[in-house]
Design a protein around this ligand. Structure first.
Ligand SMILES: [Zn+2]
Ligand SMILES: [Zn+2]
Length: 287
């Protein structure tokens, strides 16, 4: 996670052949700095995948960087409509705008020139899942990575990895929880502690917004999602849980961690819990 929270969000997913950024809610040069050391950069990115159009998830200037660096910009049709303007036009003119539809798998293929190495070129399969949030429409993503041995390296292990990214979600329904239950890595919003939110002294409308079914997941709500995932995950639970979008005013890493840890402890899962940060890049997790 390159950054997460109400001041900007971006998460990098890399495979042997693809570099994908989920959201681009930080200035482009800041993104470049935070990608330094990950093996990815604006030059190497294949695509940016957008969850929703709130300004902490997309900076219009990043669209200009997409056009200049041959990076696909993948969003819902209605996102494209609300982002329309000269920067999106540049992306469109470069043939880099791609739109997705709820629940329809997006296949992201490696560029033909990408060296194969140990694994054959296989597309990332990304399924957008609608989330209740007050930027309609908002999506989470279930990402399926299938690594197959290349002809040159038939001895490589065939691997199937799944991850999910869910942030900016007012409430979690059964369908969403079911979608998340097979993942190896779950990146999930733990936005606020409800008590801290209620006593924050913020304007009433803001508190109501955050707590509403179209706002953000509290630690307790996210813990419930995690509990469901652990119960239904056949592989003993995800290897990693990454906590996203922690409120700087109404949450602490300790509270979010203990809400998740209590759930993990109650099972035999070995899920490791990590917090994402607003102002610095998080740990690189290798699956
Ligand atoms: Zn947000
Ligand atoms: Zn939002």
């Amino acid at each position: 996670v390159l950054g997460s929270g109400s001041k900007g969000n971006a998460t990098l997913v890399t495979t042997p052949h693809l570099h994908l950024l989920i959201d681009a809610g930080l200035p482009p040069d800041e993104l470049e700095r935070r990608m330094d050391g990950t093996g990815a950069s604006w030059k190497s990115l294949d695509a940016i995948l957008l969850t929703h159009t709130h300004s902490d998830h997309v900076r219009k200037k990043c669209l200009a960087y997409c056009a200049a660096n041959d990076v696909q910009f993948i969003c819902h049709k209605r996102h494209a409509h609300s982002l329309s303007g000269r920067y999106l036009t540049k992306v469109e003119e470069a043939g880099l705008l791609r739109t997705y539809v709820e629940d329809e798998v997006i296949e992201l293929k490696p560029a033909a020139a990408t060296p194969k190495g140990a694994y054959a070129h296989t597309p990332l399969r990304i399924r957008p899942v609608a989330l209740p949030h007050d930027a309609d429409p908002t999506f989470g993503f279930h990402i399926d990575v299938h690594l197959k041995p290349s002809e040159e390296h038939p001895q490589s292990d065939e691997r199937r990895l799944r991850l999910a990214y869910v942030a900016d979600c007012g409430t979690a329904n059964d369908a969403l929880m079911k979608t998340l239950s097979d993942v190896d890595l779950l990146a999930l919003e733990f936005n606020h502690d409800e008590e801290m939110e209620l006593n924050s002294g913020r304007p009433d409308f803001l508190i109501e917004r955050v707590l509403s079914d179209e706002g953000h997941l509290s630690n307790a709500q996210a813990a419930e999602v995690l509990s469901h995932v652990l119960k239904h995950n056949g592989n003993g639970g995800p290897k990693f849980l990454i906590q996203l979008h922690l409120s700087e005013e109404c949450n602490t890493e300790r509270l979010a961690y203990s809400a998740a840890q209590d759930v993990v402890k109650a099972t035999s899962a070995q899920t490791k819990i990590f917090s994402s940060r607003q102002h610095q890049r998080g740990t690189i997790h290798v699956l």
